[in-house]
Write a protein of this length. Structure first.
Length: 248
């Protein structure tokens, strides 16, 4: 697509999901063409309190771990019994998966899985914002509070009635999302990625009386005399009889 092979016109931007080989190809081509983002292994976080169903939480973690051996899954629990239960329940759910999903999920849980106990909703939200996970599920009371409070995530799934797989497969929200903490500064792929901002300017000669001297002084302060001269020459041409302060 970048080079216009197979009779296609070379593209200016490459976007969309893919495996590690697609991600590496996009990384190599970045600069020659634009890309949406550098996407790492998929990652998922669940925030849950005493109202959460332990089996649903466990399957939501195990179901995302099957993406691959290096796919992190994290739980922030506001309820100690729930946190303790996940240490047994998640491996049990993983054992029910077929191969190679079972081995991938087991490795992901063993190497990257985390169970974190938070003392308050605010602490949980703050931790979640630090992780800035690609997918974030909240299975807690007062979902409206979480929606307003949470800041950093690729896509948010509120309540046990929805789950990451719904977003991936059927419910609609885009799942080409930031990973590896990138949700701190960007969202997922959107139509905005295909819009280009350009700027232009036009001035009257009169405004050069103000703009020109300021430009000349700033340029000389920065040590770029040629820039200053582009302002000087305009002042000399149009306002030869006037005096301007062009020094630093």
């Amino acid at each position: 697509m970048a080079f216009g092979y197979f009779g296609n016109k070379p593209c200016d931007i490459l976007v969309g999901p893919g495996n590690q080989y697609v991600a590496e190809a996009k990384r190599i081509l970045y600069g020659r063409v634009s890309i949406d983002m550098f996407a790492g292994p998929t990652e998922s976080m669940v925030i849950a309190d005493h109202t959460a169903d332990p089996d649903i939480v466990a399957w939501d973690l195990a179901g995302q771990a099957e993406h691959g051996y290096n796919s992190p899954v994290w739980l922030i629990s506001l309820h100690r019994p729930l946190a303790d239960a996940m240490l047994d329940k998640v491996p049990e759910k993983i054992e029910e998966l077929p191969e190679p999903n079972r081995s991938n999920a087991a490795a992901a849980w063993r190497e990257y899985g985390e169970v974190i106990l938070a003392s308050s909703p605010e602490e949980a939200a703050s931790l979640s914002d630090d992780y800035a996970s690609e997918h974030l599920q909240v299975q807690c009371e007062d979902l409206g509070w979480w929606l307003v409070r949470l800041r950093n995530y690729g896509s948010l799934f509120l309540g046990e009635e929805t789950t990451v797989a719904f977003g991936d497969k059927v419910s609609g929200p885009n799942h080409i999302l930031p990973t590896k903490n990138a949700a701190r500064y960007t969202g997922g792929l959107s139509v905005g990625k295909f819009l280009k901002t350009v700027t232009w300017q036009r001035m009257t000669r009169d405004v050069n009386r103000v703009i020109g001297p300021a430009c000349a002084r700033i340029s000389r302060y920065e040590g770029i005399e040629g820039h200053a001269k582009t302002a000087d020459i305009r002042l000399e041409k149009w306002f030869a009889d006037e005096k301007f302060d062009l020094s630093i």
